[in-house]
Ligand binder design. Structure first.
Ligand code: CP
Ligand code: NVA
Length: 307
Protein backbone atom coordinates (compact mmCIF):
# COMPACT_ATOMS: atom_id res chain seq x y z
CA UNK A 1 0.00 0.00 0.00
CA UNK A 2 1.59 3.30 -1.10
CA UNK A 3 -1.35 5.60 -0.26
CA UNK A 4 -4.33 5.65 2.10
CA UNK A 5 -7.22 6.92 0.00
CA UNK A 6 -10.21 4.70 0.79
CA UNK A 7 -11.02 1.83 3.15
CA UNK A 8 -12.53 0.16 0.09
CA UNK A 9 -8.97 -0.33 -1.26
CA UNK A 10 -7.88 -2.46 1.71
CA UNK A 11 -8.50 -6.17 2.25
CA UNK A 12 -9.80 -7.04 5.74
CA UNK A 13 -6.26 -8.19 6.67
CA UNK A 14 -4.91 -4.75 5.71
CA UNK A 15 -7.51 -3.06 7.90
CA UNK A 16 -6.54 -5.31 10.81
CA UNK A 17 -2.85 -4.60 10.21
CA UNK A 18 -3.54 -0.87 10.74
CA UNK A 19 -5.83 -1.52 13.72
CA UNK A 20 -3.30 -3.80 15.43
CA UNK A 21 -0.49 -1.31 14.86
CA UNK A 22 -2.72 1.52 16.16
CA UNK A 23 -3.60 -0.47 19.28
CA UNK A 24 0.07 -1.26 19.92
CA UNK A 25 1.13 2.37 19.45
CA UNK A 26 -1.71 3.51 21.72
CA UNK A 27 -0.55 1.14 24.47
CA UNK A 28 3.07 2.21 23.98
CA UNK A 29 2.02 5.86 24.21
CA UNK A 30 -0.03 5.29 27.36
CA UNK A 31 2.91 3.44 28.94
CA UNK A 32 5.17 6.47 28.60
CA UNK A 33 5.71 7.39 24.96
CA UNK A 34 6.34 6.13 21.46
CA UNK A 35 9.61 5.09 19.87
CA UNK A 36 10.84 7.70 17.33
CA UNK A 37 10.10 5.51 14.30
CA UNK A 38 9.55 8.59 12.08
CA UNK A 39 12.65 10.47 13.23
CA UNK A 40 13.64 13.04 10.62
CA UNK A 41 10.48 12.45 8.55
CA UNK A 42 8.11 15.25 7.59
CA UNK A 43 4.40 15.06 6.76
CA UNK A 44 3.13 17.90 4.56
CA UNK A 45 -0.50 18.64 5.44
CA UNK A 46 -2.59 20.36 2.77
CA UNK A 47 -5.86 21.78 4.06
CA UNK A 48 -8.53 23.24 1.77
CA UNK A 49 -11.11 23.18 4.59
CA UNK A 50 -11.07 23.88 8.33
CA UNK A 51 -10.19 21.17 10.88
CA UNK A 52 -9.57 20.60 14.56
CA UNK A 53 -9.18 16.84 14.96
CA UNK A 54 -7.46 16.01 11.69
CA UNK A 55 -4.99 18.84 11.92
CA UNK A 56 -4.07 18.46 15.58
CA UNK A 57 -4.07 14.66 15.70
CA UNK A 58 -1.81 14.31 12.64
CA UNK A 59 0.48 17.01 14.01
CA UNK A 60 0.69 15.27 17.40
CA UNK A 61 1.04 11.81 15.85
CA UNK A 62 4.09 12.97 13.88
CA UNK A 63 5.56 14.63 16.98
CA UNK A 64 5.01 11.54 19.15
CA UNK A 65 6.67 9.33 16.51
CA UNK A 66 9.73 11.58 16.29
CA UNK A 67 8.84 13.37 13.05
CA UNK A 68 7.46 16.74 12.09
CA UNK A 69 4.27 18.02 10.43
CA UNK A 70 4.03 21.02 8.15
CA UNK A 71 0.62 22.75 7.99
CA UNK A 72 -0.32 24.34 4.67
CA UNK A 73 -3.48 26.43 4.88
CA UNK A 74 -6.04 26.89 2.06
CA UNK A 75 -4.51 30.29 1.29
CA UNK A 76 -0.98 28.95 0.83
CA UNK A 77 -1.06 26.39 -1.98
CA UNK A 78 -4.15 27.20 -4.02
CA UNK A 79 -4.41 23.52 -4.98
CA UNK A 80 -5.46 23.31 -8.62
CA UNK A 81 -5.78 27.10 -8.85
CA UNK A 82 -2.39 28.69 -8.29
CA UNK A 83 -0.73 25.49 -9.46
CA UNK A 84 -1.89 22.21 -11.00
CA UNK A 85 -2.46 19.33 -8.61
CA UNK A 86 0.04 17.20 -10.53
CA UNK A 87 2.76 19.84 -10.07
CA UNK A 88 1.94 20.33 -6.39
CA UNK A 89 2.32 16.56 -5.91
CA UNK A 90 5.58 16.45 -7.86
CA UNK A 91 7.10 19.39 -5.96
CA UNK A 92 5.95 18.31 -2.50
CA UNK A 93 7.39 14.83 -3.16
CA UNK A 94 10.84 16.44 -3.45
CA UNK A 95 10.55 18.04 0.01
CA UNK A 96 8.47 15.88 2.33
CA UNK A 97 8.16 12.19 3.17
CA UNK A 98 4.37 12.01 3.14
CA UNK A 99 1.37 14.14 2.20
CA UNK A 100 -1.92 14.36 4.04
CA UNK A 101 -4.61 16.33 2.23
CA UNK A 102 -8.12 17.55 3.06
CA UNK A 103 -9.85 18.58 -0.15
CA UNK A 104 -13.24 19.44 -1.64
CA UNK A 105 -13.08 17.23 -4.71
CA UNK A 106 -12.15 13.57 -4.18
CA UNK A 107 -10.53 13.51 -7.61
CA UNK A 108 -7.89 15.88 -6.22
CA UNK A 109 -6.82 13.19 -3.72
CA UNK A 110 -6.61 10.67 -6.55
CA UNK A 111 -4.49 13.08 -8.60
CA UNK A 112 -2.17 13.82 -5.67
CA UNK A 113 -1.69 10.07 -5.15
CA UNK A 114 -1.07 9.53 -8.87
CA UNK A 115 1.63 12.19 -9.21
CA UNK A 116 3.25 11.97 -5.78
CA UNK A 117 6.29 9.80 -5.15
CA UNK A 118 5.59 9.81 -1.43
CA UNK A 119 2.53 8.33 0.35
CA UNK A 120 -0.70 10.34 0.19
CA UNK A 121 -3.24 10.13 3.01
CA UNK A 122 -6.83 11.26 2.47
CA UNK A 123 -7.74 13.59 5.35
CA UNK A 124 -11.34 13.98 4.06
CA UNK A 125 -12.83 14.65 0.65
CA UNK A 126 -16.38 15.26 -0.54
CA UNK A 127 -16.60 11.48 -1.11
CA UNK A 128 -15.11 9.84 1.97
CA UNK A 129 -13.19 10.19 5.25
CA UNK A 130 -11.12 7.03 5.70
CA UNK A 131 -8.97 8.23 8.65
CA UNK A 132 -12.22 8.82 10.52
CA UNK A 133 -13.39 5.35 9.51
CA UNK A 134 -10.25 3.73 10.98
CA UNK A 135 -10.65 5.64 14.27
CA UNK A 136 -14.29 4.53 14.33
CA UNK A 137 -13.29 0.90 13.88
CA UNK A 138 -10.68 1.17 16.64
CA UNK A 139 -13.33 2.62 18.96
CA UNK A 140 -15.91 -0.06 18.15
CA UNK A 141 -13.26 -2.76 18.66
CA UNK A 142 -12.35 -1.34 22.07
CA UNK A 143 -15.95 -0.92 23.21
CA UNK A 144 -17.51 -4.06 21.74
CA UNK A 145 -14.55 -6.46 21.50
CA UNK A 146 -15.39 -7.66 17.98
CA UNK A 147 -17.02 -6.60 14.72
CA UNK A 148 -18.73 -9.62 13.21
CA UNK A 149 -22.48 -9.66 13.61
CA UNK A 150 -22.77 -6.20 15.21
CA UNK A 151 -25.34 -3.82 13.78
CA UNK A 152 -24.08 -0.32 13.01
CA UNK A 153 -26.84 2.22 12.31
CA UNK A 154 -25.94 5.47 10.61
CA UNK A 155 -28.69 8.10 10.82
CA UNK A 156 -28.46 11.31 8.81
CA UNK A 157 -26.90 12.52 5.61
CA UNK A 158 -25.41 9.96 3.20
CA UNK A 159 -22.14 11.89 3.23
CA UNK A 160 -18.36 11.31 3.22
CA UNK A 161 -18.31 9.97 6.79
CA UNK A 162 -21.18 7.58 5.99
CA UNK A 163 -19.33 6.24 2.94
CA UNK A 164 -16.18 5.36 4.90
CA UNK A 165 -18.28 3.84 7.67
CA UNK A 166 -20.17 1.71 5.13
CA UNK A 167 -16.90 0.34 3.74
CA UNK A 168 -15.38 -0.14 7.22
CA UNK A 169 -18.44 -2.01 8.51
CA UNK A 170 -19.06 -4.23 5.52
CA UNK A 171 -15.40 -5.20 5.10
CA UNK A 172 -15.36 -6.55 8.66
CA UNK A 173 -18.73 -8.29 8.78
CA UNK A 174 -20.82 -5.66 10.59
CA UNK A 175 -24.41 -5.17 9.48
CA UNK A 176 -24.91 -1.63 8.24
CA UNK A 177 -28.20 0.20 8.22
CA UNK A 178 -28.58 3.74 7.03
CA UNK A 179 -31.60 5.92 7.72
CA UNK A 180 -31.80 9.20 5.81
CA UNK A 181 -34.40 11.54 4.31
CA UNK A 182 -35.26 10.93 0.63
CA UNK A 183 -32.75 12.71 -1.58
CA UNK A 184 -29.88 12.42 0.91
CA UNK A 185 -28.96 8.82 0.15
CA UNK A 186 -25.49 7.31 0.03
CA UNK A 187 -23.96 7.57 -3.46
CA UNK A 188 -25.33 4.57 -5.44
CA UNK A 189 -21.84 3.42 -6.49
CA UNK A 190 -20.61 3.39 -2.87
CA UNK A 191 -23.72 1.52 -1.83
CA UNK A 192 -23.26 -1.19 -4.44
CA UNK A 193 -19.57 -1.52 -3.47
CA UNK A 194 -20.60 -1.79 0.20
CA UNK A 195 -23.19 -4.45 -0.65
CA UNK A 196 -20.50 -6.44 -2.44
CA UNK A 197 -18.20 -6.24 0.62
CA UNK A 198 -21.14 -7.26 2.82
CA UNK A 199 -21.74 -10.32 0.67
CA UNK A 200 -18.07 -11.28 1.01
CA UNK A 201 -18.02 -10.79 4.80
CA UNK A 202 -21.49 -12.26 5.49
CA UNK A 203 -23.19 -9.04 6.63
CA UNK A 204 -26.19 -7.08 5.41
CA UNK A 205 -26.78 -3.53 4.22
CA UNK A 206 -30.21 -1.99 4.77
CA UNK A 207 -31.27 1.45 3.54
CA UNK A 208 -34.42 3.10 4.83
CA UNK A 209 -36.12 6.45 5.15
CA UNK A 210 -37.44 5.43 8.57
CA UNK A 211 -35.01 6.38 11.38
CA UNK A 212 -36.63 3.94 13.83
CA UNK A 213 -36.17 1.03 11.43
CA UNK A 214 -32.55 2.11 10.93
CA UNK A 215 -31.62 2.05 14.63
CA UNK A 216 -33.80 -0.92 15.72
CA UNK A 217 -31.63 -3.24 17.88
CA UNK A 218 -28.43 -1.51 16.75
CA UNK A 219 -25.20 -1.98 18.72
CA UNK A 220 -23.74 1.28 17.41
CA UNK A 221 -25.71 4.43 16.53
CA UNK A 222 -23.78 6.97 14.50
CA UNK A 223 -24.63 10.41 13.19
CA UNK A 224 -22.90 13.38 11.58
CA UNK A 225 -23.71 16.95 10.63
CA UNK A 226 -26.64 17.54 8.29
CA UNK A 227 -24.62 20.13 6.35
CA UNK A 228 -21.04 19.24 5.46
CA UNK A 229 -18.25 21.68 4.70
CA UNK A 230 -18.88 23.17 1.26
CA UNK A 231 -22.69 22.73 1.46
CA UNK A 232 -23.40 25.78 3.63
CA UNK A 233 -25.80 27.38 1.10
CA UNK A 234 -28.08 24.35 1.50
CA UNK A 235 -28.21 24.46 5.28
CA UNK A 236 -31.72 26.00 5.65
CA UNK A 237 -33.15 23.46 3.19
CA UNK A 238 -31.42 20.62 5.03
CA UNK A 239 -32.53 21.84 8.46
CA UNK A 240 -36.12 21.58 7.22
CA UNK A 241 -35.97 17.88 6.30
CA UNK A 242 -33.49 16.31 8.72
CA UNK A 243 -35.14 16.82 12.19
CA UNK A 244 -36.92 13.40 12.18
CA UNK A 245 -33.41 11.91 11.88
CA UNK A 246 -32.08 13.59 15.03
CA UNK A 247 -30.35 11.14 17.39
CA UNK A 248 -32.24 11.82 20.63
CA UNK A 249 -33.30 9.69 23.61
CA UNK A 250 -36.54 8.58 21.93
CA UNK A 251 -34.72 7.30 18.87
CA UNK A 252 -31.91 5.76 20.90
CA UNK A 253 -34.46 3.79 22.94
CA UNK A 254 -34.98 1.60 19.84
CA UNK A 255 -31.33 0.49 19.81
CA UNK A 256 -29.82 -2.17 22.10
CA UNK A 257 -29.70 -0.97 25.73
CA UNK A 258 -25.88 -1.19 25.62
CA UNK A 259 -25.60 0.56 22.26
CA UNK A 260 -22.83 3.12 21.94
CA UNK A 261 -23.39 6.48 20.29
CA UNK A 262 -20.79 7.84 17.88
CA UNK A 263 -20.26 11.10 16.00
CA UNK A 264 -17.15 12.13 14.08
CA UNK A 265 -17.49 15.72 15.44
CA UNK A 266 -17.89 18.66 15.18
CA UNK A 267 -21.34 18.04 16.70
CA UNK A 268 -24.28 20.43 16.47
CA UNK A 269 -26.22 19.78 19.63
CA UNK A 270 -29.93 20.39 19.10
CA UNK A 271 -29.62 19.49 15.42
CA UNK A 272 -28.35 16.00 14.46
CA UNK A 273 -27.83 15.01 18.11
CA UNK A 274 -29.24 16.24 21.43
CA UNK A 275 -27.17 17.42 24.40
CA UNK A 276 -28.69 14.61 26.39
CA UNK A 277 -27.38 11.92 24.04
CA UNK A 278 -24.06 13.54 23.05
CA UNK A 279 -23.13 13.98 26.72
CA UNK A 280 -25.01 10.93 28.04
CA UNK A 281 -23.78 7.56 29.31
CA UNK A 282 -23.91 5.82 25.92
CA UNK A 283 -21.82 8.47 24.16
CA UNK A 284 -18.24 7.55 23.19
CA UNK A 285 -17.64 10.77 21.24
CA UNK A 286 -14.44 11.81 22.95
CA UNK A 287 -12.83 8.35 23.06
CA UNK A 288 -13.60 8.26 19.34
CA UNK A 289 -11.96 11.67 18.83
CA UNK A 290 -8.89 10.52 20.80
CA UNK A 291 -8.65 7.45 18.61
CA UNK A 292 -8.05 9.66 15.57
CA UNK A 293 -4.57 10.13 17.04
CA UNK A 294 -3.91 6.43 17.57
CA UNK A 295 -5.48 5.17 14.34
CA UNK A 296 -3.47 7.68 12.33
CA UNK A 297 -0.26 6.62 14.06
CA UNK A 298 -1.02 3.13 12.73
CA UNK A 299 -1.48 4.50 9.20
CA UNK A 300 1.67 6.67 9.40
CA UNK A 301 3.78 3.82 10.78
CA UNK A 302 2.79 1.47 7.97
CA UNK A 303 3.07 4.03 5.15
CA UNK A 304 6.11 6.03 6.32
CA UNK A 305 8.09 3.63 8.55
CA UNK A 306 7.36 0.48 6.55
CA UNK A 307 5.49 -1.39 9.31
N1 CP B 1 -13.86 14.55 12.52
C1 CP B 1 -13.03 15.41 11.90
O1 CP B 1 -12.45 15.11 10.85
O2 CP B 1 -12.86 16.60 12.54
P1 CP B 1 -12.11 17.89 11.93
O3 CP B 1 -12.95 18.37 10.79
O4 CP B 1 -12.07 18.86 13.07
O5 CP B 1 -10.75 17.47 11.48
N1 NVA C 1 -19.33 15.41 6.94
C1 NVA C 1 -18.54 16.40 7.61
C2 NVA C 1 -17.43 15.77 8.38
C3 NVA C 1 -16.56 16.72 9.14
C4 NVA C 1 -15.46 16.01 9.84
C5 NVA C 1 -17.99 17.39 6.59
O1 NVA C 1 -17.53 16.97 5.53
O2 NVA C 1 -18.04 18.60 6.85
Amino acid sequence: MKDFVSIADLPPAGIFEILNRAKQLKEEWLEGGNQPILKGKVLGMIFQKPSLRTRVSFDMAMLHLGGHALYLSPAEIGLGKRESIADVARVMSRYVDGIMARVFDHDHILQLAKYSRVPVINGLSDYNHPCQGMADLLTIWEKKGDFKGLKLAYVGDGNNVAVSLLFAATKLGMHFSVGNPPGYDLPPQALSTGRQFAQESGSQVVTTHDPVEAVAHADVVYTDTWTSMGQEVESAKRDAVFPPFQVNSNLLAHAQPEAIVMHCLPAHRGHEITHEVADGPQSVLFDQAENRLHAQKGILAILMAGS
